[in-house]
Design a protein around this ligand. Structure first.
Ligand SMILES: [Ca+2]
Length: 465
C-alpha cells in the first residue's frame, strides 16, 4: 500500500483512529528485497537509520501539519542532459508554481474537496490507477473516495533537464507562503557540519547530533558523494556514526564513516569538563568541516570513561568488482557477470506479484547500467558482453560505454558494436584505446515496459591491452 493510498483511506473515514506505519524509521534486520550481505536494514521507513528524512516524510508533513510547506522530488537536481525529469511537489497549500532558473514551468493546483462528513482537504482530480478492486463508478481501477472523487496528493511537472536551480513557490491567496529549492551540485569541495543544538550539559551523557555533508563550492550537497569522513571530538567523545545506508557493513562505533548521498551523522557525547565541545570531520581532498558548542557545568557526571573509537575503513572489494544500477532479484546480482559461470547472470528482470489492490507487473525497465571496477588503471579498447536471449530477456537496443578516469566516467570515442546472434555469445564493443580503472555500460531496453524487454549478462570481460 502506498503512502498516498493509506492517507486517503484514513482521511475519508472519520471513524478511523489513525494509521500504524510499518515502519516510521528504518531498522536493522529483515533486509528486503536484497537479503544478501552487506545489506543489513529494511528500507521502507519514512526516515532512515541515521534519522535523515526521506521523501515519504514530507508526504506526511503535507497531510498532517498546518505550517505552510512545499517539498520537491526527486531529492536532487543532478541528472543526465537530455533527461525529462518527472518532478513532484508535496504541499499543504493549494497552488504551486515551479521555476527553472527563474523561468516559470507552470502552476499546478490541488482542488479543495470535502469528505462526506464535511471536512476540507486538498487533492488533484484524476484517475490514479491505484486500486483494481474498484470496477465501476467514475474512476474504475482507482481508489474512489466515498464522495465519488479520485486524485493524487502530489502535483506533477515533466521538466526537460538542464543544470541550474529548480524552485517551487507555494502560494495561498496569491501570496508566497513556502518555497523549496534544488540546485545542481558541482564537484565536492568541503565538509559542512551542522549540529542540532547550540549547547549541552557537560555530564558525560548528553548527546549532540551532528550532520556532516559533502558540499560543492556553493554549499550544495553533492548527491553521489561517498567520501570517507574521519571524525575527531575535543571536549567530548563519539557515541556513534551512521549514514543511513542499508547496504553497509561499516561499524557504528568507529571514528570513520563513508558519506551516503553526500551525508553522514555523528552522535557526539559531552565530556565532563564544562567549556567547549569541538567536532571536526576530514576527508581526503576536501576542506575539513568543524563546529563548536558550549558545554555547561553539570550537577553530576558519568563516571565511566568514554571508549575511544578506531578508524574503520571499509574493506576494499575484491577486484574486479561489479556493480549495477538495479538488479531484479537477489540471485541476479552484478557479481554473476564475473564469476566465470555461464549459467549465472546479472539481470534487471523482475516480477511484482499481484496484490489485493494492484495487478501483477513485470514490464521491463527502460535503462540500466552495469559497471566493473578493476581497482587500478589499465589500457582498455574493448569489452565483451554475453547477453542472454530468452522469454524475458532481449538484446539491448543500445550499449554506451564509459571509462572511469579517476574522477568521473568519460564516454569512449569511436565505439563500434558487433552484436552476437546467439544467446550468451559475446557481443563485442570496441573503442579508441583509453586508460582507466573502471568501465560502465549503459544499456537501453529494446522493449521497455514489455515482459520480454529485460536484459541479462552472463559474462562480461574487458581485456587489458
Ligand atoms: Ca556468470
Amino acid at each position: 500500500m502506498s503512502g498516498e493510498y493509506g492517507h486517503k483511506k484514513d482521511r475519508d473515514r472519520k471513524w478511523f483512529t489513525g494509521q500504524f506505519l510499518w515502519s516510521g524509521i528504518d531498522y536493522i534486520g529483515e533486509p528486503t528485497p536484497y537479503d544478501v550481505f552487506p545489506v543489513k536494514a529494511s528500507f521502507f521507513g519514512a526516515v532512515d537509520t541515521a534519522g535523515f528524512p526521506k521523501d515519504m516524510y514530507y508526504l506526511f508533513r503535507s497531510q498532517w501539519t498546518g505550517e505552510p510547506m512545499v517539498h520537491l522530488l526527486p531529492m536532487t537536481w543532478n541528472h543526465a542532459e537530455g533527461d525529462t525529469v518527472e518532478v513532484w511537489a508535496y504541499s499543504n497549500v493549494d497552488t504551486v508554481e515551479l521555476f527553472l532558473d527563474g523561468k516559470s514551468l507552470g502552476t499546478r493546483t490541488f482542488d479543495t474537496k470535502k469528505t462526506v462528513d464535511g471536512r476540507a482537504y486538498l487533492e488533484t482530480t484524476e484517475a490514479t490507477g491505484d486500486d483494481k478492486t474498484f470496477t465501476d463508478g467514475p474512476y474504475p481501477g482507482s481508489y474512489t473516495s466515498p464522495n465519488g472523487s479520485a486524485g493524487k496528493l502530489h502535483l506533477t511537472w515533466k521538466v526537460p533537464y538542464r543544470p541550474g536551480e529548480l524552485k517551487a513557490v507555494a502560494r495561498r491567496d496569491g501570496k508566497a507562503v513556502a518555497t523549496d529549492v534544488l540546485r545542481t551540485a558541482g564537484p565536492a569541495r568541503s565538509v559542512r557540519l551542522t549540529a542540532d543544538r547550540k549547547s549541552l550539559t557537560a555530564d558525560g551523557r548528553s548527546l549532540l547530533f551532528v550532520t556532516a555533508e559533502v558540499v560543492d563550492a556553493h554549499g550544495v550537497v553533492v548527491p553521489d558523494a561517498e567520501d570517507l569522513l574521519s571524525f575527531d571530538v575535543r571536549g567530548g567523545s563519539l557515541a556513534g556514526l551512521d549514514n543511513g545506508r542499508q547496504e553497509s557493513a561499516e561499524r557504528y562505533q568507529a571514528s570513520t564513516r563513508t558519506a551516503f548521498h553526500g551525508k553522514a551523522l555523528a552522535i557526539v557525547r559531552s565530556g565532563t569538563k564544562a567549556g567547549t565541545l569541538k567536532v571536526t570531520a576530514r576527508a581526503e581532498g576536501l576542506r575539513a568541516g568543524s563546529l563548536s558548542v558550549r558545554t555547561r557545568p553539570a550537577r553530576s557526571a558519568a563516571l565511566t570513561p568514554a571508549e575511544a573509537f578506531e578508524p574503520d575503513r571499509p574493506t576494499p572489494p575484491g577486484y574486479p568488482h561489479a556493480h549495477a544500477s538495479y538488479s531484479g532479484r537477489p540471485d541476479t546480482l552484478p557479481a554473476a557477470m564475473l564469476d566465470g559461470d555461464p549459467a549465472t547472470g546479472w539481470s534487471n528482470g523482475f516480477t511484482k506479484a499481484a496484490t489485493a489492490l494492484l495487478p501483477a507487473f513485470g514490464g521491463a525497465r527502460q535503462e540500466d547500467w552495469v559497471s566493473v571496477d578493476f581497482g587500478r588503471a589499465r589500457n582498455l579498447d574493448r569489452v565483451e558482453v554475453s547477453f542472454t536471449v530468452d522469454a524475458t530477456h532481449t538484446l539491448p537496443a543500445s550499449v554506451v560505454a564509459e571509462v572511469w578516469d579517476g574522477r568521473r566516467y568519460v564516454p569512449v570515442t569511436g565505439a563500434a558494436v558487433e552484436w552476437a546472434t546467439d544467446t550468451d555469445a559475446p557481443t563485442v564493443v570496441t573503442f579508441g584505446a583509453v586508460r582507466g580503472s573502471g568501465l560502465r555500460l549503459t544499456l537501453t531496453s529494446a522493449h521497455p515496459g514489455e515482459a520480454r524487454g529485460a536484459m541479462r549478462i552472463s559474462r562480461l570481460e574487458a581485456p587489458a591491452t
